[in-house]
Design a protein around this ligand. Structure first.
Ligand SMILES: Cc1ncc(COP(=O)(O)O)c(C=O)c1O
Length: 411
């Protein structure tokens, strides 16, 4: 099938929720995607942060070949050998105590919100009070498309058509500790934020904001929820982005609940909620669940993800390649339409003074995949295996495209 035929079918039969790039994927190899006509594209977006090990990884292929001989699905009524091992891995790496598996990021966020409400309600049962139910979230946040996650997501375009959303959600100005203090009243049961906002334009939470939120949550018997779906699992060069404020051994500084997903299942849908024991105690058997979440294939793949990151020393590589990438992006600041360079590890962004959509289109034509978020932010979430040579190749082309765009803006 050619791209034109695929497009025609989709236009006729598919719900129109996406405006796709002009590219029909055929296969992938390393950091490259290859289309029907054999054109290679350097993938600087990794399926929006999912394909962290690139494509056609030999160790992944070997693992999948073996695992495909075993049942693809085992219900959560039975045991399989991988779920417990993966939960242990996530707890050891995060510093938290228990895990619950889901199929997607939004579902992990739903779990976080439900567990926070259940915790508040058990707390109230214990002391004879009324359960607190307000949840604070941040301006610019993106937590997903299901009703709970959407209620914690800011932005008219995501929310408006589906209102009224779940009650009890209030927005705090981004990194504004004064606004946080004002809104963190006694009826707040939790605060949720991305340690680095992804869709919001690669905006990191400040240490001051994190610490104050942690402190207020502890003082007021509320929970801190970190959404690490985009920024976690190694992307910033640490296992979790919140580790830069709260190392795994610092229990009192850690979030109470963490949402994880994206690269967790190596492309096989998998998400996770990771919790402290104190929160886990509030959840009884049967109160939450899933048919597919934590299946053997996804969990086995996930164990391989951690094994490869470890064996191939990819965290170190993310830190060095990320620092190199950022420094090369910073060189572009002499171009008038480049406003700011942001990010950490391999989660990077260039904010422009102009709309980025056409620039992304141009870059695609030239063989580079990235995206534009928040209208003016070029976002890069490359695979962890990206090399300095590939980064150089991209920077050269990006400079040409941005300089041309600057010329056009002037004209
Ligand atoms: C920070 C964050 N939270 C939640 C989600 C939702 O994840 P999913 O699309 O897997 O439902 C995303 C997706 O981009 C995300 O970036």
């Amino acid at each position: 099938m050619q791209l034109s035929q695929v497009k025609e079918l989709e236009q006729k039969y598919l719900l129109g929720t996406y405006s796709r790039y002009e590219m029909l994927v055929e296969r992938g190899s390393g950091a490259y995607l290859i289309d029907r006509s054999n054109k290679r594209y350097l993938d600087l977006l990794s399926g929006i942060g999912v394909n962290a090990l690139g494509y056609n990884h030999p160790k992944v292929k070997l693992m999948l070949r073996k695992q495909l001989k075993r049942p693809l699905h085992v219900s959560n009524l039975l045991y399989h050998e991988h779920q417990g091992r993966l939960a242990q891995k996530l707890c050891e790496l995060s510093g938290l105590d228990r895990a619950f598996f889901t199929n997607s990021g939004t579902e992990a966020v739903e779990g976080c919100l439900k567990f926070a409400r259940a915790f508040a309600s058990r707390l109230a049962q214990g002391n004879g009070g009324t359960p607190k139910f307000r949840i604070l979230c941040l301006e610019g946040a993106f937590h997903g498309r299901t009703f709970g996650a959407l209620s914690a997501t800011s932005g008219k375009k995501y929310r408006e058509p589906f209102e009224p959303l779940v009650p009890g959600f209030d927005f705090v100005e981004f990194n504004d500790t004064a606004d946080l203090e004002l809104k963190f009243t006694d009826d707040v049961c939790a605060i949720i934020f991305e340690t680095i906002q992804g869709e919001g334009g690669i905006r990191p939470i400040s240490e001051a904001f994190y610490s104050r939120a942690r402190q207020l949550a502890t003082e007021r018997g509320a929970l801190l929820i970190a959404d690490e779906i985009q920024c976690g699992l190694g992307r910033t060069g640490q296992w979790f982005a919140f580790h830069r404020f709260a190392p795994p051994a610092e229990q009192s500084l850690l979030p109470d609940i963490v949402a994880s997903a994206k690269p967790l299942g190596l492309g096989i849908p998998l998400g996770a909620v990771i919790l402290k024991e104190s929160v886990a105690k509030a959840i009884n058997p049967g109160e939450h669940g899933t048919t597919f979440g934590g299946g053997p294939l996804a969990c086995r793949a996930s164990l391989e993800y951690f094994k490869i990151l470890d064996e191939d020393k990819l965290l170190e590589h993310i830190r060095s390649a990320g620092a190199y990438f950022k420094s090369r992006l910073e060189e572009l600041r002499d171009i008038p339409i480049v406003k700011e360079v942001r990010g950490e590890g391999l989660m990077l962004a260039v904010e422009l003074t102009v709309q980025g959509k056409d620039i992304v289109k141009k870059l695609l034509e030239l063989g580079f995949i990235l995206n534009c978020t928040h209208d003016v932010v070029l976002r890069m979430l490359p695979p962890f295996i990206i090399t300095e040579k590939q980064i150089d190749k991209f920077i050269k082309v990006l400079r040409t495209v941005l300089e041309k765009e600057t010329e056009q803006e002037k004209a």
